[in-house]
Structures are given as structure tokens and as C-alpha cells.
Ligand binder design. Structure first.
Ligand code: GLA
Length: 371
């Protein structure tokens, strides 16, 4: 049986944080950094997986069940389990994984891994059963399977943002996702053509969403929706912020206010991009950061300092990206200010006694694909 290779990218969410599981909007791009899975199927009843990030290999029985496997290989095992659970064949074999998507930095190394594993396993099955019909997955179905791997096998109650980003990404394009009906609309995103660039500033503070904070935010949003008599926060979006008066718990109210205002910011940001108005887009990013800091409470002092310093040093706007509690700040920066901004941000972090952030420019790149 022949070897297949499949790649899936990390993502940067330009705006729309913690909106996905509230059935709102987000606007991510795919990154040039990606995870590559090489898989050689065989007749065995297990997958032996190895990663360039860990010593040794892990044996994953095809009959694996949630929580059997832990650590990085749980994401591989989760895809095996989720595929089989919805009736797909999964062959045994040998799998090796390489990746340059940073772990725990808010760039979704986990979806890059699950989507690349899923693509490799499906490609191997389709190659082996070339005449089979009906076994091809569309990208939304694939995203849901990868999400189940993470939610039910690994135990991280995350939404669909990361998987859809990895699967739908395109160069020079941001993806306007509506999570209520799961539609993905391309929005042109090529700031460099307008003399502005997207800069990633990694605070090097690491997080994990299998911990309690993410689940806690999600529960808060659900309680707030229920207090307003709605199934999800999206259902009250059109009622405006006045609807929040029905939420008596002050913490739940702030969480919900972040989600409702963030949804509107996504739409406003996408409209600004259509006009290549990066100055307006930048201001919306900064407002998003403030909402994550003050209402959703998912930032940490290191990323607050980076975002605030970046704006003071000439960024059009800056915000933390991803689930929160560390990771990367993104900034829209006029090309001629990138160098001085980088020096200012490094200096401010050093003065505060924080780790030196790593800073690089980036752009939107292609989604998951067979190689
Ligand atoms: C993590 C989750 C996503 C999403 C973001 C926050 O990346 O995996 O589903 O909720 O956090 O926007």
C-alpha cells in the first residue's frame, strides 16, 4: 500500500474570539506554518505514530476509545476514534508527523494536527478503495469530525473555528465564518499591497484549552443566553445590548457583552477590509483586545503589555488572537514602522521582566491539502 502525505496549516484569527461556540462570526486566515503527516497503511490493527516534537512512538489501537491515549498522540487517536464512530474505515499503519506550528501559542497547532491526520487517513482509504463511492468527506463534515476528536476524545470543549480555518484557508484571503449556518465566505486580505503588514508577536506564555478557564467561559455564555430566554447568544444579537439587562449575574453579563460586541466587530472589520481601510480595521482590533481584557478576562499581563505597546509604537491596531491566557498578539503595522515597533515591544517586555517576545511578519496561506 502506498504512502500518503497530507498537510494542514495553523491559523490566525484576525477577529471574532470565543464567538464560534456561541454561533456568531469570526474572520481567520491560514498560516504558512503547517503540520505534515506521512502515513503508510498496512494490514495491522493499530497506528504507530511518531512526532518530531516527542521521543519514541505511540501505538494507537484502531479500537481506541476516548481518553485511552493522552498527550500529543491523543489528537491522532481522537481522529481515529471519531472517523470510525461515524462509520468510516481507518487502516492501521505507520504515521510520522512534522510541524512548524507552535504549540500553545493561539495558532491552533491542535487543528493543524487533527486536520492533517484526518486528511491522510481519508486519502489512504480512498486510494485503497478507489471504486468506493460516498466515502469522500466535504470540508464541513471533516471539520466536525476533527472537532469531535478534540471535544470528546481529548476533552477540550472548543468550537469549530480552528478546523474550518485549517480546511478552508486560501492565500490572500480571510474567511468570514458564520457559525450559525456554517458558511465560509472569502474576503480579500492582502495588507502588504497597501503598505501594511500583519505582525505576529508571540508572548511565549503558553496555554492549554483542556484546562478549566475555556470551559468556564463557555458555561458563562450559555447561562447568559438562558437568562435572556435564548438557546444561544447569537439568537439575541439583533436585540442589541439592551437585551443584556436580563442577565443578573455581573460576570455572565460581561462575558455575553464581549460576545455580542465581538460579533459586530467581525462584521465591521470585514467591511473595512473590503475597502482596504486598514486604519479602521486596526482600531476594531484594538477594541477587540480591550473587550477580551475587560469583559471576557482572557488576557494576561504579558499580552496586554505587548498589545498596548504595539499600538503606542505605531501599529494601526493590535489584539491577542486565539483562546487566550497567553500566546500571540497580532498587529497591523505600516511596513516602515515594523522595525522600530519590534524594538519598542522587545524593550518594554524586557523592562517588565518578561520573556523576550518573538516577532515576525506573516500572511494568509493555503488550507489543508494532499502533498
Ligand atoms: C480556541 C478554540 C476555538 C475558539 C477560540 C477562541 O482556539 O479552539 O474553537 O473558541 O479558542 O476564539
Amino acid at each position: 500500500m502506498s504512502t500518503v502525505r497530507y498537510a494542514a496549516p495553523g491559523r490566525v484569527n484576525l477577529i471574532g474570539e470565543h464567538t464560534d461556540y456561541n454561533l456568531g462570526f469570526a474572520l481567520p486566515i491560514g498560516l504558512p506554518q503547517r503540520t505534515v503527516v506521512t502515513f503508510t497503511p498496512d494490514d495491522s490493527d493499530a497506528i504507530t505514530a511518531s512526532s518530531d516534537r516527542a521521543d519514541g512512538s505511540v501505538r494507537i489501537g484502531l479500537d481506541t476509545a476516548p481518553r485511552d491515549v493522552t498527550g500529543w498522540a491523543a489528537y491522532v487517536a481522537g481522529v481515529v476514534w471519531a472517523l470510525r464512530d461515524v462509520g468510516h474505515q481507518v487502516p492501521g499503519g505507520t504515521m510520522s508527523i512534522t510541524s512548524d506550528v507552535e504549540v500553545g501559542s493561539g495558532l491552533s497547532s491542535s487543528a493543524a494536527l487533527t486536520c492533517a491526520v484526518l486528511g491522510a487517513l481519508k486519502t489512504a482509504t480512498e486510494t485503497a478503495t478507489a471504486t468506493a463511492t460516498g466515502s469522500r468527506l466535504d470540508r464541513v463534515e471533516a471539520a466536525r469530525i476533527a472537532q469531535r476528536a478534540e471535544n470528546e476524545y481529548v476533552g477540550a470543549p472548543t468550537g469549530l473555528l480552528d478546523q474550518l480555518s485549517a480546511l478552508f484557508a486560501e492565500p490572500d484571503t480571510a474567511l468570514l465564518i458564520d457559525f450559525r449556518d456554517i458558511t465560509v465566505r472569502p474576503v480579500p486580505f492582502d495588507p502588504d499591497a497597501a503598505g501594511v503588514t500583519l505582525v505576529l508577536i508571540d508572548s511565549r506564555v503558553r496555554h492549554s484549552h483542556a484546562g478549566g478557564e475555556y470551559a468556564d467561559r463557555r458555561a458563562s455564555c450559555e447561562r447568559a443566553a438562558a437568562a435572556m430566554g435564548a438557546a444561544t447568544l447569537r439568537d439575541v444579537q439583533d436585540r442589541g445590548l439592551a437585551a443584556l439587562s436580563a442577565v443578573t449575574d455581573p460576570v455572565d453579563l460581561r462575558r455575553a457583552r464581549h460576545v455580542l460586541t465581538e460579533n459586530q466587530r467581525v462584521l465591521d472589520f470585514a467591511a473595512a477590509l473590503k475597502d482596504s481601510d486598514y486604519s479602521t480595521a486596526g482600531g476594531i482590533m484594538t477594541a477587540s483586545h480591550e473587550s477580551m481584557r475587560d469583559d471576557f478576562n482572557i488576557t494576561v499581563p504579558q499580552v496586554d503589555l505587548i498589545a498596548e505597546t504595539a499600538v503606542r509604537a505605531g501599529a494601526l491596531g493590535a489584539r491577542m488572537t486565539g483562546g487566550g491566557f497567553g500566546g500571540v498578539v497580532i498587529a497591523l503595522v505600516p511596513l516602515d514602522r515594523v522595525e522600530s515597533l519590534s524594538a519598542t515591544v522587545r524593550g518594554a517586555s524586557a523592562d517588565a521582566g518578561y520573556d523576550e517576545p518573538t516577532i515576525r511578519r506573516t500572511h494568509s496561506a493555503a488550507g489543508a491539502t494532499a502533498l
